[in-house]
Design a protein around this ligand. Structure first.
Ligand code: FAD
Ligand code: SIN
Length: 520
């Protein structure tokens, strides 16, 4: 049986859930989500959600920090929406019962994270995403006009008369079905799984980007990937994030000699923006030939265990005591600043298709995202996209900041074997990772183009497509878009670092790299 609602939401993280709640006031909402509904980047979010609610804070200060982290490429209008509406929507979360940590006097206890000039981050110990999702799920589950279909893997967008009118999806038995609606929201999250080393869970395979691009929607800023510096690196243990909030509370990065080293590379030290801390770690590891560590040995063990119970548990499972041991860490792909280009209401360049959350490129993050601004973006722009979907708002002229195109796609034969996911992820990590150069990027683009062409041929030949085959095709598509954009941008800015162009170049590159597929 096919599915129909007034509104379709793809994904059940913070953006999808907040949007569904707003949409349900105006019509029937169908949420399609590809795995267990609780499985999302949102559920793993640790440090918290930023909002200018503290006594020493203001929306102007939050905007200033966001723009500084974005390294010259934020859209000021989008940032203004984020910080202004953000304070209101986070207050609404408090009203909905989200149990953010509080000081003994009952006031919100704000945490500090890198590149924030004041304590601004609301958190629920070190499992903020889980707590926010709990409260949103409680409301979604109680709403009679929201239907959630889990194990529903959306595989393509249906485009008719130049607009998106729904999607095809595979249900849990693998049967191909159709869901149609007046308006569709992509809230499919990020693409960390494109890289071998990542903090992201298995669902973060960039499906939304790949589907939107194939359907003719514009994508932007995909060269900007954030590599989080402090990810536990213990052989045989999962790569587990050690929240930046630890450094906000005084944790330090040290080398094998126990020496705090980041300030030798960066004047802002351990609380510099993530891309700079990550590069300092790589340089120090290269200099010493030894791993680097996160240390909280100088802080109170009782405080550390009480404030960071989830992280302490993950360390314990790897045989380490967070409070007493040096924890080996290295950077891993964490967040995608670019995505499906939208206006300030989540409208993509494809009529009928909206996008919100990590899959979208609203312009709030520019070249690098400020810590804890991502949950906020999902919340704010999920609600705004929903309002625009309800209004039936369509723009005739879709506004866009100055852009250049990524290199044109080449048409290739498809005589090559398609690699498995590990092959793609390994190549992306080595050649499109933290440190990039023309040679590696050119080689990555050539290889990914050949693999992508072969993967498309395989899809065209196959009647019953296995989910794993689709996943590889999406990883290839997104990896190729990232590599092409990274090759095009001949400078270093934010999350994008080129060893052959290590400086900013505002004259040529204070603009975006964007791409739209040429459809047959
Ligand atoms: P997600 O929460 O990732 O949800 C995407 C949903 O789409 C999932 O339900 C997924 O199953 C579904 N989906 C994907 N593809 C398909 C498909 N083809 N068909 C159907 N469904 C599909 N940000 C902060 O601001 N603060 C933090 O403290 C923080 N900590 C983080 C810690 C970790 C370990 C990670 C990985 C990220 C963290 N982030 C943090 C980033 C933040 O969690 C995410 O950017 C944000 O939650 C994204 O929300 P979303 O709703 O856009 O997507
Ligand atoms: C973290 O807790 O370090 C992650 C926060 C974020 O991604 O904003």
């Amino acid at each position: 049986m096919d599915v129909r609602g007034d509104f379709l939401v793809i994904g059940s993280g913070i953006a999808g859930l907040r949007a569904a709640l707003a949409l349900a006031d105006a019509g029937d909402v169908v949420v399609l989500t590809k795995a267990d509904p609780a499985e999302s980047n949102t559920g793993y979010a640790q440090g918290g959600i930023a909002a200018a609610l503290g006594p020493d804070d203001s929306v102007a200060l939050h905007a200033r920090d966001t723009m500084a982290a974005g390294d010259g490429l934020c859209d000021p209008a989008a940032v203004d929406v984020l910080v202004r509406d953000g304070a209101r929507y986070v207050q609404e979360l408090c009203d909905w019962g989200v149990a953010f940590d509080r000081a003994p006097n009952g006031d919100i206890a704000f945490a500090r994270e890198a590149a924030h000039s004041v304590r601004r981050v609301l958190h629920a110990r070190d499992a903020t995403g889980r707590e926010i999702a709990r409260a949103l799920w409680a409301r979604v589950a109680a709403h009679p006009r929201i239907r959630v279909c889990d194990d529903a893997l959306v595989t393509s967008l249906i485009v008719r008369d130049g607009g998106c009118v729904g999607v095809t999806f595979a249900d849990r038995e693998g049967a191909v079905r159709v869901a149609d609606a007046h308006a569709t929201l992509l809230a499919t999250g990020g693409a960390g799984q494109v890289f071998r080393e990542t903090t992201n869970p298995a669902v973060a395979t960039g499906d939304g980007i790949a589907m939107a691009y194939r359907a003719g929607a514009r994508v932007r800023d995909l060269e900007f990937v954030q590599f989080h510096p402090t990810v536990m690196n213990v052989a045989g243990a999962p790569r587990f994030l050690l929240s930046e909030a630890l450094r906000g509370e005084g944790a330090r990065l040290v080398n094998a000699e126990g020496e705090a080293f980041v300030s030798r590379y960066d004047p802002d030290g351990d609380l510099a923006p993530r891309d700079r801390v990550s590069r300092a770690m790589v340089r120090e590891a290269q200099r010493t030939g030894a791993p680097v560590y996160l240390s909280v040995q100088h802080l109170s063990p009782a405080f550390i265990h009480e404030r960071f119970p989830t992280i302490a548990q993950a360390c314990r499972a790897a045989g380490l005591d967070l409070a007493r041991d040096l924890i080996p860490v290295s950077p891993a792909a964490h967040y995608m600043m670019g995505g499906v280009a939208t206006d300030l209401f989540g409208q993509t360049s494809l009529p009928g298709l909206f996008a919100a959350g990590e899959v979208a490129c609203t312009g709030v993050h520019g070249a690098n995202r400020l810590a804890s601004n991502s949950l906020l973006e999902g919340l704010v722009f999920g609600a705004r996209a929903a309002a625009a979907m309800v209004d039936g708002r369509e723009v005739s002229v879709w506004p866009e900041p100055p852009c250049v195109s990524a290199p044109a796609a080449r048409t290739l034969g498809a005589d090559e074997a398609v690699p498995d996911d590990a092959g793609v992820r390994d190549l992306m990590w080595r050649q499109v990772g933290l440190l990039r150069d023309a040679e590696g990027l050119q080689s990555a683009v050539s290889t990914l183009e050949r693999w992508e062409a072969a993967s498309q041929q395989r899809l065209a030949r196959t009647v019953q497509v296995e989910p794993a085959v689709r996943r590889t095709a999406n990883l290839l598509m997104v990896g190729l878009l990232m590599a092409r954009a990274a090759l095009r941008r001949q400078e270093s800015r934010g999350g994008h670092f080129r060893t052959d162009f290590p400086a900013h170049d505002d004259v040529h590159w204070k603009r975006h790299v964007a791409e739209t597929a040429t459809l047959p």
